[in-house]
Ligand binder design. Sequence first.
Ligand SMILES: NC(=O)c1ccc[n+]([C@@H]2O[C@H](COP(=O)([O-])OP(=O)(O)OC[C@H]3O[C@@H](n4cnc5c(N)ncnc54)[C@H](OP(=O)(O)O)[C@@H]3O)[C@@H](O)[C@H]2O)c1
Length: 254
Amino acid sequence: MYQVNLEDKVALVTGGSRGLGRAMVLGLARAGADVVIASRKLDTCESVAEEVRALGRQALPFAAHAGQMESLDALLEATYQRFGRLDILINNAGTNPVTAPLSDLTPELFQKVFEVNTKGPWYLASRAAPRMAKHGGGSIINVISVAGLKPPAYQGFYAATKSALHALTKVMAAEWASMGVRVNALAPGSFHSDMFDNSAAQLPGFMEGSIAATLQKRVAETDEVLGSVLYLASDMSSFTTGTTLVADGGYLAL
Ligand SMILES: NC(=O)c1ccc[n+]([C@@H]2O[C@H](COP(=O)([O-])OP(=O)(O)OC[C@H]3O[C@@H](n4cnc5c(N)ncnc54)[C@H](OP(=O)(O)O)[C@@H]3O)[C@@H](O)[C@H]2O)c1
């Protein structure tokens, strides 16, 4: 069987403290990578860093807000100071604080969701890519959502900001291919996490609707998305850039 080998690689995962991000951090570390774990709360990043160290890899926990550009500058600087390189960048941090009709939403909320889901990922990737290129290139993965490809009701800002990141992914891939930096989008369907549980708590029927909207008639666990992440992160996907890998239990097929 082909084993993903990420030894000597350095990966950075935003939103790496919980949910899919934590699963990615541990999956990357098991494959041999050293990992930078970023989220707003340092203590939860530190706990995941301990898990990475227990796997025999190096970890840098770092508090950074994915929607604040100066915070992302500091994150990148800390990464290069500690490891001197970055090979894999995963823009995973995302927010979907309100599941409600468009007419109930505010401009302030639009700004907040846009900054975390679209502007921050663009900023971090665009500042990282030229530096990644200096050490032989790398792989950038932008975590979008099937909601950005087939937008459902009551997730307007979330879907719009993920669609925008989907578009930016293709532009990044086009602009950075010559530098050896591949950029792909990962579009998961519903999986169990704090974000999913929060939406389910806000909207009666959300859980049932999410299950019914898949061919497999279920919500995934975070580890079920991991294979797609390792594929895009590693040389297994060396001829793949500007594309979108979907792991959605058949949501888009319905
Ligand atoms: N759950 C789903 O069903 C689903 C489906 C499709 C796509 N996705 C996408 O998958 C990604 C991960 O989602 P998840 O469900 O694993 O989310 P989650 O369980 O809510 O975890 C979110 C992670 O992002 C961090 N985070 C949140 N806001 C942040 C901010 N402003 N700055 C920095 N870090 C921030 C959180 O840590 P702190 O609180 O410490 O900052 C946490 O580590 C997101 O991009 C999401 O949109 C999720």
